[in-house]
Design a protein around this ligand. Sequence first.
Ligand code: ATP
Length: 480
Amino acid sequence: MSEPADPSPRDLPPAVDGAVGHVAPDADTAAGEHDASMERIVELCKRRGLIFPSSEIYGGLRGAWDFGPLGVALKDNVKAAWKRSMVQLRDDVVPLDASILMHPRVWEASGHVAGFTDPLVECRSCNQRFRADHLEPNAAGEVVCPNCSGREFTEPKAFNLMFRTFVGPTEDTSSLVWMRPETAQGMFVDFAHVQLTSRQKVPFGIAQVGKSFRNEITPRNFIFRVREFEQMEMEFFVRPGTDEQWHDYWIAQRWQWYVDLGMRPGNLRIRDHAKQELSHYSKATVDVEYRFPFAWSELEGIANRTDFDLRQHSEFSGKDLSYYDAERDERYLPYVIEPAAGVDRTMLAFLVDAYREEQAPTAKGGTDKRVVLRLHHALAPVKVAVLPLSRNAALVPTARRLNDLLKPRFDTQYDDAGAIGRRYRRQDEVGTPFCVTVDFQTVESDDAVTVRDRDTMTQERVGLDRVPDYLSERLRLSSR
Ligand code: ATP
């Protein structure tokens, strides 16, 4: 593709401001220091019903997890924040929900049938299988089996990560389909249709959130590497020659998204891929990495996919996917910049980053450990907890009425079980920004309630009729 001269301002991204933390491809991977260990996060998620093993009563299924009531809310909030920033606040990105099962030729064209593989080795002693590139040498420089300490492995074999299934009643090659391992291909094969019907002009993007499946050889680290997960991906189609500027632009945008949602910049970095690390379709890729308790690891890849995918699908389908640029009177295959993030990994990073163990004063004048998730308000599964001081009949009707009043505006939780201090701790543990307590003073004298702030633990007396507006003013329900 020849480099077109003189891009018009419309072709180019707005100037990027704000620094992003780039590091070299071989930057160290040392684990981060957090109040949270992975064990504590897993334990908290299970105990509070956020995330727990799939089909646990049957012993679970490796690499599969279920999201309980508060987990659903947190996950939905992560996805909503992404959609808001990537679609709602922009005029140049439109959404898509492509189906998970696609024509099998899609995966031949994309290169996944031939090349979406990981190197698989088997321990010759216990026959357990591992991803060769996940086996780390020990202090003596030897690679030993993590299961039985055996030292001999088979030669690495290319193992395709795509799950297969069959459509219809016959199970032969003509009915074979793949479970999509990424949502991206839906955006490529639907490119022309979406462009035409949404009347978008290049540069523009198509965004999608949805499930993907990968038969990972070694799922691990809780929901970090699983076999069924969700992705938030956006394909941004640009004029060739403007791709590098757009790549930088999207790297800065995506960095800012995490920071705006409260992630500590010191735990985030942008790692450039080395040449030999690049995927077959990529001209340049960076990973947004988070400093997890186990190591710096990828949350999101931001790739310059060139015109590889549109070219392949044009060739394999016989349908011309080139774009006619009326302003310039030229036809070309757009280049694509792709920010591709994982919902589950991002959610895990937000949990780890928000987790704090602190000393908090007790009613008796001492101190006690409290666990608090300092989640951005927009991510918190519950925004407001309504707590009658006790189940006393004098308090319940007012507390219920207040809960009903708040429910249409905020995600609330009504909790009247146990001592008030314990209830505050329960809400802190799941990151509820505000607790509203109805006490005897409320019903006997001042028609006001106590509003407690999760982060400062300060309490303020607020008139009952002012509570909804007070909360609206104090809650930051979006990141921008
Ligand atoms: P990895 O190198 O960790 O296997 P990848 O580079 O293959 O990831 P991509 O193909 O770039 O991942 O997918 C985009 C995003 O999808 C990843 O950054 C990650 O957040 C998410 N993702 C990919 N595989 C998994 C998985 N097995 N479990 C959870 N999330 C995943």
